[in-house]
Ligand binder design. Structure first.
Ligand SMILES: Cc1cc2nc3c(=O)[nH]c(=O)nc-3n(C[C@H](O)[C@H](O)[C@H](O)COP(=O)(O)OP(=O)(O)OC[C@H]3O[C@@H](n4cnc5c(N)ncnc54)[C@H](O)[C@@H]3O)c2cc1C
Length: 290
């Protein structure tokens, strides 16, 4: 019987060192952050990598910076710390809610923003739709240098990143929006959500939607925007009941996934209800704002 060897851990203190080590090792190595996804690799039938490059000691990845126009969130910031930091940013309520309600308290103290966005095949990531609704961009560090790209494009292409690519930061524009995040779990709060909806909108003084962004997670394999629903909400007052009806009409745009937690048809069936919850929360944030 062959005994599998434990993976080794490399702990750089600079981003450049992490990128170089990952680029040299190629597919034998991978970044590791909170390890909440990696630790469950065997239960998904995935072998561990031979080496993990830890992001935990890289100071710049642990920072949250606010320059008044953009919030820059380091990839190694945990969900718990993010939720705490966003208490002073009412416009980013969708992201605060996502960070504060994902998983359970002990996972939230470990799981990071970068891990949430980079875990392949993790359809139920809460931060992904929240950040999509807020028009976030990701900053990637790789052997060829630094690139910045919209989160939607990153999520769609993340399986084909060159070796050595590390998600370094997420930047979120500090726009005058109201935003909300809603998720439906089957049983307990710690379960993976069946469907997730995040919405952000700008409202005029009369409460009419000037622009909207709607994002959906956990229904398809990768979180994505729902531009048709956003367009239908624009130019009218916020109305949760109307949003539910429109979501029912437009839900055919999704190709839902089936997993051990829920069938695809069920995810699609509950999606309009989750839309209604998100828009109702938005209505209440809009009222608080006036
Ligand atoms: C029981 C349980 C329930 C959970 N429920 C939820 C939930 O409902 N909602 C939710 O959002 N999350 C949930 N999670 C947490 C989920 O695992 C994390 O949100 C996240 O996906 C992993 O973050 P991490 O830092 O632990 O990543 P890790 O496990 O360290 O890494 C995950 C993957 O991302 C890669 N990676 C990590 N950081 C980077 C980076 N900066 N650049 C490039 N690649 C990187 C790693 O190589 C690995 O492939 C749950 C976890 C558990 C254990």
């Amino acid at each position: 019987m062959t005994v599998p060897t434990a993976p080794s851990l490399y702990q750089p203190t600079s981003l450049d060192d992490a990128v170089e080590r990952l680029a040299v090792a190629g597919p034998d190595a991978a970044p590791i952050a909170g390890a909440t996804w990696i630790m469950r690799s065997p239960s998904r039938g995935e072998p561990f990598h031979r080496e993990y490059v830890s992001l935990a000691r890289i100071e710049e990845l642990r920072r949250i910076d606010d320059d008044g126009a953009t919030l820059t969130i380091g990839a190694a910031v945990t969900h718990a710390r993010l939720a705490q930091a966003l208490a002073g940013h009412p416009a980013l309520e969708a992201l605060r809610q996502a960070a504060a309600t994902s998983a359970n308290p002990s996972v939230r103290r470990q799981a990071t923003v970068g891990g949430n966005l980079c875990a392949r095949d993790f359809a139920a990531a809460d931060l992904a739709p929240a950040l999509l609704s807020l028009s976030a961009r990701v900053v990637l560090a790789g052997p060829a240098g630094i690139t910045t790209t919209p989160l939607s494009g990153f999520l769609a292409g993340r399986d084909n990143l060159p070796p050595g690519t590390v998600l370094a930061h997420v930047s979120v524009p500090l726009a005058p929006v109201v935003s909300a995040h809603a998720r439906l779990t089957l049983r307990r709060a710690g379960d993976y959500p069946v469907a997730i909806v995040s919405v952000a909108a700008t409202l005029d003084d009369a409460g009419v939607v000037e622009s909207a962004t709607v994002a959906v997670g956990s229904v398809e394999p990768v979180a994505r925007l729902w531009p048709e629903l956003a367009a239908a909400m624009t130019g009218r007052p916020l109305d949760a009941d109307e949003a539910v009806r429109t979501a029912r009409e437009l839900a055919g745009a999704f190709t839902p996934r089936t997993s051990v937690e829920a069938d695809g048809w069920y995810r699609l069936q509950v999606l309009p209800t989750v839309v209604g919850r998100a828009v109702r929360a938005l209505e209440s944030h809009g009222r608080d704002r006036t």
